[in-house]
Design a protein around this ligand. Structure first.
Ligand code: GCB
Length: 652
C-alpha cells in the first residue's frame, strides 16, 4: 500500500514535470567550465562606497556609475564575497541602511572580446537585497532579492570595440519593506526631542542580522552564442533500473542536435540518448542514498550533454556536465520515503553566518561545517531561512546530506505582507529557487516560508496559491512551510505535504520548567496528527546557551540546561517517531548574529556549536543520539556499521 503510493507520486512527478517547466523563463545552470565554457572569478577586493546622503540617492543624482568610483569621491577596499557590515571600524557602516556601491575592473581575455561567436555572461551569485548593475556605465541588470543568482549577457558591450577590460559597478540596497522577502519596515522617528531630523530605523520580524553586500562569487563566464540554456533532470526507479528523465533547452539557434551520455563514477558510459527530451535507463542503478543510510551514500552519475548547432559561421558545440543522483522521494500519511525506505531527518537548522564575513561565502567555513555535520551524524538540514550558496548544495549532493530547501519567506507577519504584490514576488522567488536547485538530489522538499502569521485571514489563499505554484514548478518534490501557529488556527497547513512545527517549550514560556516539556510536546504532536494525518517534523527546538556557563541543577543559559531541555524533547520524539514523526532538526547548528536586543547577548546562542564552530556539551549529546538513530535505520544496518568504523565512538 505504502509502496504503491510512493510509486504513484514519482510517476506523476515525472509526467507533470514538463508542465512545470513552462512557467520558468530561461535557465540558471551553475557556471561550470567545459570544453566550450570558461569562467573568470571576480572575487577579491572591490572599491566600495556607502551613500550616507540624507535620501541615500546621491549616487544616482551624481551618476556614480558613469565614471570610476574614485573620481566621484573617496572609496574603501571591500572584500567580495563578504557582507560589508563587519569588516570595518566604522559603526555607521555596520548598521547602514540604503544604497552601497561596489566597483571593479575585469581584464578580459582577447578571444572574449574579439570572437563574436562567444557569449560573455556576468553572473552575480547573491547581492542582498536589491541590485542594479552597470558595465562601463551601461545599465545591464536589475534584481530583487538576495540569496539567488542573476545574470546579464554583456557580449555586445565587451565586443563593441578594442577593449581589454570592463568596469563593473553594482549598487545594492538592503532596505526591507512589507513587500520584500524577507519583509521589514522602515520606521521614521519624528519626535525631534528624541531623534535628529530624518532619523529612521529598519525593523524586521526575523531573528538574524540583515547582513548585506555581495555575498557570493561574482564571475564572468562564456558559452558559444548557441548554447545549452537549461537542463532539467528527474529520476525514478523501476525494480533495479534507474530512470533518468531529461529535458534540455537551447538558445541561439533552432537548428541543432543534442547528445546525452550518462557516466558512472568510474567514468563508464551507462546510457546514451539524443534529442531535447527523453528517458535514460540504467540497469542495476546505484541509487543516491542519504549519509549513513547506505555503505555508498550519495552516488552521483554525470550527465554529459553535447549540443552541436549549425550557425552562419559553421558548426559550434557546447558541452555541459551535470551531476545526477538517482533517487525517489515520497510521502505517505505517516512516513517520508527516500528510495521507498522510511527516512528520519536527524539534523540541524543552519544559517550562513560567521565572524567578520557575515553571510559571505567562505570555503574553509563550508568544509568545516560539513565535517562537523558528518562528525555529528547529521543526515539533514534545513536552509533556514533562505536558499544557501550553490556550492553548499553541491556538497550536500556529494556527501548525502538531505536538504529542506527554504525560501527567504521569513517574518511574514504583517497584513501588508499578504498583499498581491507580496504574493507575486514570493511566486517569482519560488520560480528562481526551483530553477536553481531543481537538479540537486539532496533537495527532497521545498519550504516556502518560516513561521508566517498563518492564522491571519489572507494566509489561506496566500499559502494555497504559493504551494500550488511550487508544486506546478516541481511536481517531483513535496512542499511545506514551517509553522509555529496553533493547530486549530493555522490556515496554511491544509496545503502542505509534511507538517513542520517549531516549538520552544520551557524556553519562551514556562521558563526553567523542563518538567512540562514532555506533556506539551506530546500534546503538540497529537493535536496536529489528529487534525491532518500527515507526517510531522520537529523543525526547530532548542535553548540559548552561553558556552562555558555551567549550572547544576541546570539553569537557563547554562550548558546543562541546553542538554537537559534537548533530552526532554528526545523522550517524546522517541515515542512519536515510531508513529508519524519523521524528523528532528535542532535550532541551531551554530550561534549566529542577530539585531541587538536585550534578549540577544551578541547574537542568538542556541547553537550546539559556537559561532567559531567549537562544540558545546549539547553537541556531544546530539552526536550520540544521531549515530544511534542512524544505526537503527533497519534497511542498511550492516552497511551503516561498516561506514561508522573509525568514525564513531559508539558501538552497534
Ligand atoms: C524561531 C525562528 C528562528 C529563531 C528562533 C529563536 O522560531 O524560526 O529564526 O532564531 O526561533 O531562537 O528564537
Amino acid at each position: 500500500m505504502l509502496r504503491g503510493l510512493a510509486g504513484t507520486w514519482a510517476v506523476l512527478g515525472a509526467l507533470l514535470w514538463g508542465c512545470g517547466l513552462a512557467l520558468l523563463q530561461g535557465g540558471m545552470l551553475y557556471p561550470r567550465e567545459s570544453r566550450s565554457r570558461e569562467r573568470k572569478e571576480l572575487d577579491g577586493l572591490w572599491r566600495f562606497r556607502a551613500d550616507f546622503s540624507q535620501n541615500r540617492r546621491q549616487g544616482f543624482e551624481q551618476q556614480w556609475y558613469r565614471t570610476p568610483l574614485r573620481e566621484s569621491g573617496p572609496s574603501l577596499d571591500m572584500p567580495v564575497p563578504s557582507s560589508f557590515n563587519d569588516v570595518g571600524q566604522d559603526g555607521r557602516l555596520r548598521s547602514f541602511v540604503g544604497w552601497v556601491w561596489y566597483e571593479r575592473e575585469a581584464t578580459l581575455p582577447q578571444r572574449w572580446t574579439e570572437d563574436l561567436g562567444t557569449r560573455v555572461v556576468l553572473r552575480i551569485g547573491s547581492a542582498h537585497y536589491y541590485a542594479i548593475v552597470w558595465v562601463n556605465g551601461v545599465h545591464v541588470a536589475e534584481h530583487e532579492g538576495g540569496h539567488l543568482p542573476f545574470e546579464a549577457d554583456i557580449s555586445k558591450l565587451v565586443q563593441s570595440g578594442p577593449l581589454s577590460s570592463c568596469r563593473i559597478t553594482i549598487a545594492i540596497n538592503n532596505t526591507l519593506s512589507p513587500n520584500t522577502l524577507p519583509p521589514g519596515t522602515i520606521l521614521y522617528k519624528t519626535d525631534t526631542s528624541k531623534y535628529p531630523k530624518g532619523y529612521f530605523v529598519q525593523n524586521t520580524n526575523f531573528d538574524f542580522f540583515n547582513y548585506a553586500g555581495l555575498h557570493r562569487t561574482v564571475l564572468l563566464y562564456t558559452t558559444p552564442t548557441t548554447y545549452l540554456d537549461d537542463i532539467t533532470v528527474t529520476t525514478d526507479v523501476d525494480q533495479d533500473t534507474g530512470l533518468v528523465n531529461y529535458q534540455i533547452v537551447v538558445q541561439g539557434s533552432e537548428h541543432f542536435q543534442l547528445e546525452v551520455c550518462l557516466l558512472d563514477e568510474e567514468g563508464m558510459v551507462v546510457a546514451k540518448g539524443t534529442g531535447g527530451r527523453g528517458q535514460l535507463q540504467v540497469p542495476s542503478a546505484h541509487l543516491w542514498w542519504p549519509y549513513l543510510m547506505h555503505e555508498h551514500p550519495a552516488y552521483l552519475y554525470s550527465l554529459e550533454v553535447k549540443l552541436t548547432a549549425q550557425t552562419a559561421a559553421g558548426f559550434v558545440s557546447d558541452f555541459y556536465t551535470l551531476p545526477v543522483g538517482i533517487r525517489t522521494v515520497a510521502v505517505t500519511q505517516s512516513q517520508f520515503l527516500i528510495n521507498g525506505k522510511p527516512f528520519y531527518f536527524h539534523g540541524v537548522n543552519k544559517h550562513e553566518d560567521a565572524d567578520i564575513r557575515g553571510k559571505g561565502f567562505d570555503w574553509p567555513l563550508l568544509v568545516k561545517d560539513f565535517n562537523l555535520l558528518r562528525w555529528l551524524g547529521a543526515n539533514a538540514f534545513r536552509t533556514s531561512h533562505y536558499p544557501y550558496a550553490e556550492e553548499v548544495m553541491q556538497l550536500c549532493d556529494r556527501y548525502g546530506i538531505v536538504v529542506i530547501d527554504e525560501s527567504p519567506g521569513v517574518g511574514i507577519v504583517l497584513a501588508q505582507s499578504y498583499s498581491n504584490v507580496s504574493l507575486q514576488h514570493h511566486l517569482e522567488v519560488m520560480e528562481e529557487m526551483v530553477r536553481r536547485d531543481k537538479n540537486h538530489p539532496s533537495v527532497v522538499m521545498w519550504s516556502v516560508a518560516n513561521e508566517p502569521a498563518s492564522f491571519l485571514k489572507p494566509a489561506g489563499y496566500y499559502f494555497k496559491t504559493l504551494i500550488a505554484h511550487t508544486k506546478a514548478l516541481d511536481p517531483s518534490r513535496p512542499v511545506t512551510f514551517v509553522t509555529n501557529s496553533n493547530y486549530e488556527a493555522d490556515l496554511g497547513v491544509p496545503y502542505v505535504d509534511v507538517i513542520c512545527v517549531n516549538s520552544y517549550y520551557s524556553w519562551y514560556h514556562d521558563y526553567g520548567h523542563m518538567e512540562v516539556i514532555q506533556l506539551q510536546l506530546a500534546t503538540q504532536f497529537e493535536s496536529w496528527y489528529k487534525t491532518y494525518q500527515k507526517p510531522i517534523i520537529q523543525s526547530e527546538y532548542g535553548a540559548e546557551t552561553i558556552t562555558g556557563f555551567h549550572e547544576d541543577p541546570p539553569l537557563m543559559f547554562s550548558e546543562e540546561y541546553q542538554k537537559g531541555l534537548l533530552e526532554q524533547y528526545h523522550v517524546v520524539l522517541d515515542q512519536k517517531r515510531k508513529e508519524y514523526v519523521v524528523g528532528e532538526l535542532i535550532w541551531n547548528f551554530a550561534d549566529f548574529m542577530t539585531d541587538q536586543s536585550p534578549q540577544r547577548p551578541i547574537g542568538n546562542r542556541k547553537g550546539i556549536f559556537t559561532r567559531q564552530r567549537q562544540p558545546k556539551s549539547a553537541a556531544f549529546l546530539l552526536r550520540e543520539r544521531y549515530w544511534k538513530l542512524a544505526n537503527e535505520t533497519k534497511c542498511h544496518r550492516s552497511a551503516v556499521k561498516s561506514q561508522c568504523v573509525g568514525n564513531s565512538p559508539f558501538t552497534f
